[in-house]
Ligand binder design. Structure first.
Ligand SMILES: Nc1ncnc2c1ncn2[C@@H]1O[C@H](COP(=O)(O)OP(=O)(O)OP(=O)(O)O)[C@@H](O)[C@H]1O
Ligand SMILES: [Mg+2]
Length: 507
């Protein structure tokens, strides 16, 4: 591209002379000329010149006026003034207004003008390059700053005195602090950093050895509890001074979300298990009802025929003993069938307002003697202040009788001379919507893997004559019909706890 020069000069001879001088120096200069101020300014505005050469004195104006005008219009162009007579004051005024140089039309004009033109163009392009570099630097600085300030990772720079030189908002947030708080802080003396060995790690990083901590539970100096990971320290040099650049990722929220997810999953699993449990109960109930109904008649037959045979036999006949046993066993089967039917029965409940302590006391009264013989002590903590519930007293008594006998059996099975204890308590739940009944014993407990089976019908660990495995399934059904819940908690070797809740004001 040729270098375009605009010459503003009134005298045609001078125009010719200047053109000749410049072209002789640089053949690629492309020179336009105008003879008055207005036209000159117009051309400067409209066209793209690399340099303007203007005579100082122009018709009705001076080069100063042109300089002022283009400066007002924010046009940045190298501007050289030529004049017939040299004058210090004029020179100073021109420079003040932004002229690049000033040349006197004397004997040396021929040599000096091309030099001045070349220098001015060079100076201008250097100025432009410098401005561009500066602008790029500012942009780069702003961009870096933006990245640091908006980063979701905590970032800070510590100097070799342990002082914070830069800290970004994320890091301030992780510490639960304010920006000013870091002015006084010294990382080498921070207790919380010392606990993680970070003071030493930062010192090492200042010597050029970076560090990395995978995941840590961190309580900041300001008491903020966070879970952080990828805590990284990188040695850096700033104006030849050693510093450490630190990055941290805060995963506290992530951790909380994970925890909640795990809890939700656990809850889902429990609900699913409960669902399976209750549908199993329904199926078993139906099956049991059918079987017991079918068994009832043949059993009556067996018992009836055995009784008839017994009556026909002589007193001394040894078969009488066997028949007696048949009748006993038939009676036992009869009880089993009654129990099974009870279990299968839907809702023949006689609900009445009642004090829950009453059926508990009744059950204890019935078993009193037995418990004494088996060396089982009872500790009661029955609250007087509990609200009445609506329930079937006989059925609830049946629940409690079974829980107490189960506890007694568990204590008995341990065969300890000191026997054992059953603690029974009743109380109101905190929200006053339920009453809570707890039966806790010092028996041998239930192994973890059996816990889920204890409410299943016919699940028993007792000897063939000891239990039918119906007690807890019946209890479960009864409590369920009272819109309550039963839970078991047990630890092998330490005993078992049954917790029943029953809603108050249930109808
Ligand atoms: N308090 C307890 N301590 C230890 N194990 C218990 C306790 N309560 C129940 N169990 C276990 O749960 C099983 C089922 O109890 P459940 O009351 O349903 O039947 P059972 O007592 O064996 O027979 P049934 O009650 O029909 O006479 C018991 O066999 C026992 O293994
Ligand atoms: Mg039982």
């Amino acid at each position: 591209m040729p270098t375009k020069i605009l010459l503003i000069e009134h005298n045609p001879d001078h125009i010719l002379l200047t053109e000749r001088i410049l072209q002789a120096a640089h053949s690629e200069y492309q020179i336009d000329s105008v003879r008055e101020t207005e036209g000159g300014i117009k051309k400067i505005i409209e066209e793209d010149y690399d340099l303007v050469i203007s005579d100082y004195r122009l018709p009705g104006a001076s080069a100063l006026d042109i300089l002022r005008e283009i400066r007002e219009k924010n046009i940045d162009i190298p501007f050289v003034v030529v004049t017939a007579v040299g004058n210090e004051k004029i020179a100073v005024d021109l420079m003040k207004e932004g002229a690049y140089d000033y040349v006197v039309k004397d004997a040396s004009y021929h040599d000096i003008l091309p030099m001045v033109v070349e220098q001015s163009i060079g100076r201008h392009s250097m100025k432009k390059a410098k401005e561009k570099a500066q602008e790029e630097l500012v942009n780069a600085y702003q961009m870096t700053r933006d990245i640091l300030e908006k980063s979701p990772f905590g970032i800070s720079v510590v100097n070799d005195q342990g002082k914070v030189e830069y800290i970004n908002p994320a890091m301030i947030e992780i510490c639960g602090a304010k920006k000013e708080d870091f002015e006084e802080l010294n990382y080498f003396e921070l207790e919380t950093y010392k606990q993680l060995g970070l003071d030493q790690k930062i010192k090492q990083a200042l010597q050029g050895e970076g560090f990395f901590l995978e995941a840590v539970e961190y309580t900041s100096y300001y008491g903020h509890k966070r879970t952080i990971r990828n805590f990284t320290g990188v040695p850096v040099k700033d104006m030849n001074k050693r510093k450490v650049l630190m990055f941290v990722e805060d995963i506290t929220e992530l951790k909380v979300a994970e925890q909640k997810l795990a809890e939700a999953y656990q809850q889902l699993k429990e609900t699913q298990e409960e669902l399976i449990q209750s549908s199993k109960m329904v199926a078993m109930g139906q099956l049991a009802a059918g079987i017991s109904h079918e068994l009832n008649q043949p059993l009556t037959g067996v018992k009836g025929f055995a009784q008839a045979a017994l009556m026909d036999l002589q007193e001394a006949n040894p078969l009488r003993n066997d028949l007696q046993k048949i009748i006993e066993q038939a009676d036992r089967m009869d009880i089993i069938i009654k129990n099974v039917r009870f279990f299968a029965r839907k809702s023949e409940f006689k609900m009445e307002e009642m004090d829950i302590n009453k059926p508990i006391e009744d059950s204890l009264g019935l078993l009193n003697e037995q418990l004494r013989v088996h060396n089982v002590r009872i500790t009661r903590s029955l609250s007087e202040d509990i609200l009445q519930i609506k329930g079937d007293r006989n059925q609830l008594q049946q629940v409690f009788l079974n829980l107490i006998t189960n506890a007694r059996d568990a204590i008995d099975a341990l065969n300890r001379p000191e026997g054992g204890e059953i603690i029974i308590s009743t109380s109101m739940s905190l929200d006053k919507k339920n009453i809570e009944i707890i039966f806790q014993d010092t028996g041998g407990g239930i192994p973890q893997e059996h816990l889920e089976h204890v409410f299943n019908p016919f699940y028993t660990t007792k000897s063939p004559n000891g239990g039918m495995g119906l007690g807890l399934s019946i209890a479960y059904r009864i409590i369920e019909n009272h819109k309550g819940t039963v839970e078991v908690d047990s630890e092998e070797g330490y005993g078992t706890k049954f917790r029943i809740t029953l809603p108050v004001g249930n109808d």
